[in-house]
Ligand binder design. Structure first.
Ligand code: KG4
Ligand code: ZN
Length: 382
């Protein structure tokens, strides 16, 4: 069966809808970002997020169908993010998907957002070389999901009796176990908070990524975070506090932060606009901060991969778009002869194509939701 799935995602601050055929062919993927709404707060405001989802969900779904040149009749099933995420945000997408499925008489497949991020990697691999098994990540794998809301390491294996694994659809149903996760901030959250401290705009990750190229990453030394008990847990709040202390300890930061605050108020967004307003001190600090975060993410992930003797490493989530993270992973993984897989940047950050892709093997297995299933803010993957 080649099912055409409408995916809906609203777990955080992106309202997204996509149409994916056969679990691998992206017919459309629409993402409405709420960055403009949350920018002045330097982080996602849950009440504003759910209000925006309400405003955008219908036009976003309509646009996804239009771009796929389909109407609702052409959809086999609806895959919708069930959790984890902000409950008000989740409820908008989930209830809409549920209502739509009911009205159309189509099956509804609830999808764990984190599993969506894992399937973003499989989806990408199939874009690169349709059906070529050689390009698919081999399981078992270690998957790092690293975003504004999550920093978590999973062991990913083929699930017994799972659908998939055919030439037409070379993806297995997966079983997950959690290896480690952050004890405080997510890595993307640390990026966003450091950007806020330095008046570099919101979201902070993409801007710091670009500015860091102009700084000396060896200028400021950060102590590597220690996570007693589980070496595969993460912790980023100490690094963020060290950045704060570094700024407070140097009066020179004050005036340039004031200048950038003014520039942001006047509409500056892009790294190119902020770069001339950054001193060497700031560029060195963001480069050093990025090095500390990236080195920690890569080191713990590869240590977990080696300990478990897995066959590949998967990296997904908003921070997986980071160029330094990608380069370091590729270099370090190659040195260990471990293949590493990332989604393209649009599939790394929150999107609905990954939700539709994760729904596909569940459709094949006939796993649909009844009316009693609802959105779940803390839905675990494992
Ligand atoms: O996956 P995502 O779109 O939403 C969440 O589930 O959080 O990730 C957004 C996060 C933000 O914290 C943003 O600053 C970070 O990903 N991010 C980046 C980059 N692009 C986005 N962090 C570092 N470097 C980037 N290039
Ligand atoms: Zn996400």
């Amino acid at each position: 069966m080649t099912a055409t799935i409408l995916g809906i995602e609203s777990s955080c601050d992106e309202t997204a809808a996509a149409v994916v055929r056969g679990g691998r062919e992206i017919l459309s993927s629409v993402v409405a970002s709420q960055d403009d709404v949350h920018r002045k707060y330097g982080g996602v405001v849950p009440e504003l997020a759910s209000r925006e989802h309400l405003r955008r969900i219908v036009p976003v779904v309509r646009e996804a169908l239009e771009r796929a040149k389909l109407d609702f009749g052409g959809i086999t099933a609806i895959g919708v993010t069930q959790g984890p995420g902000l409950i008000g945000s989740l409820l908008v997408g989930y209830t809409y998907g549920q209502t739509l499925a009911k009205a159309l008489g189509k099956p509804l497949v609830p999808v764990n957002h984190l599993e969506g991020h894992v399937y973003a990697v499989f989806l990408e691999a199939q874009q690169a070389g349709a059906g070529a098994r050689g390009r698919m990540p081999e399981l078992p794998a270690v998957c790092l999901i690293v975003s504004g809301g999550h920093t978590v390491l999973y062991d990913v294996r083929a699930a017994d009796g799972g659908a998939g694994g055919s030439a037409e659809y070379p993806v297995f149903r997966c079983a997950y176990s959690r290896i480690g996760s952050t004890r405080d901030d997510a890595a993307g959250e640390a990026y966003d908070k450091v950007a806020k401290l330095l008046a570099l705009g919101y979201p902070g990750g993409p801007v710091i990524d670009q500015l860091a190229r102009h700084g000396n990453a060896g200028a400021v030394q950060f102590t590597a975070p220690r996570t007693r008990g589980n070496p595969f847990d993460f912790s980023f709040s100490g690094t963020k506090t060290a950045v704060l202390r570094h700024i407070r300890g140097r009066a020179e930061f004050g005036p340039e932060i004031a200048v950038r605050t003014e520039a942001l108020r006047a509409g500056a967004r892009r790294a190119e606009d902020l770069l001339p307003l950054c001193s060497r001190l700031t560029l060195d600090l963001v480069a050093s901060f990025q090095l500390a975060v990236v080195a920690d993410l890569v080191q713990r992930t590869l240590a977990a991969a080696e300990e478990r003797a897995v066959r590949s490493v998967l990296v997904s989530g908003g921070v997986a778009a980071n160029s330094e993270l990608r380069a370091t992973f590729e270099q370090e993984a190659a040195a260990r002869a471990l293949p590493v897989f990332f989604p393209s940047r649009p599939l790394s950050t929150d999107n609905a194509a990954m939700i539709a892709a994760a729904a596909y093997p569940r459709i094949l297995a006939g796993e649909f939701a009844g009316d009693d299933v609802g959105a779940h803010a803390n839905l675990p993957l494992a």
